[in-house]
Design a protein. Structure first.
Length: 278
């Protein structure tokens, strides 16, 4: 029976039209899919280049889309559980960092030195995938570490990876790079007030243009990063209601991420009274 369930879940997630009910009403099955996919790759003695990339991407997606999402939702009611889930995510992100670093180091033996500003490397457009997902792994480790200074010092690494990727192919991922820059910018300790709003708004507009305004997570990110922080209640609610009304079938590239974004939008709206003081 266990193998049958595993096969069914994998088949469903392999389809371009992932059933919404599976994601919204059966989160344990979604988590099961990711853990099984990770386990199947980790069991292999030797991974091909594409399999290494798949493991890197899946670990980061699992860390953000499942573990950190769950941690955010439970930590107010059960702090210890929320922290433990965040620690589990931290493990996944750190493993993803090792994989991403290995992929790029195999291609560029002096990659570690480049990360530390010790050498120059001429990257190729094919490297954008690895640069992006490695940046996401570093970002995830920073966020899930809950302020660990040994992770926070890696913020410049995130910037370097993302800016390098943008210079190679700014349209890669239909705005994914700009969306990631929004989150990186929100963590910069040297930005605040109008400077932060202007910088994040710049990447927000870029991300919307690149995604044809079809990526719901961009709106949710801005609502959390800017509208919530600067107490723009009306704009916060407008963006999140707009996200909930979006047709997740408009673009198959964003279908899964949009469903997740819509569920987060609903959760954020349910906490409006906690976020705003008026």
């Amino acid at each position: 029976m266990g193998r049958l369930i595993s096969l069914l879940v994998i088949i469903l997630f392999s389809l371009s039209c992932v059933p919404r009910v599976l994601i919204t009403e059966h989160p344990k099955l979604v988590s099961y899919y990711f853990t099984k996919k990770i386990e199947s790759l980790e069991k292999k003695k030797i991974l091909t280049f594409d399999q290494q990339r798949a493991l890197l991407k899946t670990k980061v997606e699992y860390g953000f889309g499942i573990l950190m999402e769950e941690s955010d939702r439970v930590i107010d009611d059960n702090y210890n559980l929320g922290v433990q889930i965040s620690r589990n995510a931290y493990i996944e992100f750190n493993e993803a960092k090792k994989i991403g670093n290995s992929i790029l180091s195999n291609t560029y033996p002096r990659f570690d030195s480049w990360l530390k500003n010790g050498t120059e490397i001429i990257f190729k457009s094919n490297d954008v995938f690895d640069l992006y997902w490695l940046a996401a792994a570093f970002g995830g480790a920073i966020r899930s570490s809950r302020g660990n200074p040994f992770e926070v010092v890696n913020l410049p690494v995130v910037k370097k990876l993302l800016e390098t990727a943008i210079n190679l192919n700014s349209n890669w991922g239909r705005g994914a790079l700009y969306s990631a820059m929004m989150n990186y910018t929100s963590s910069r300790p040297d930005l605040f007030g109008d400077s932060m709003v202007d910088s994040i708004s710049y990447f927000y507009e870029k991300a919307l243009i690149a995604s044809d305004s079809l990526n719901a997570s961009v709106y949710v990110s801005y609502a959390e990063i800017i509208d919530k922080k600067y107490q723009n209640k009306t704009e916060f609610e407008q963006k999140l209601h707009y996200v909930i009304q979006m047709d997740d079938k408009n673009d198959k590239d964003f279908r899964l991420s949009n469903i997740i974004a819509q569920e987060r939008a609903k959760w954020l709206l349910s906490k409006t009274d906690e976020y705003f003081f008026e």
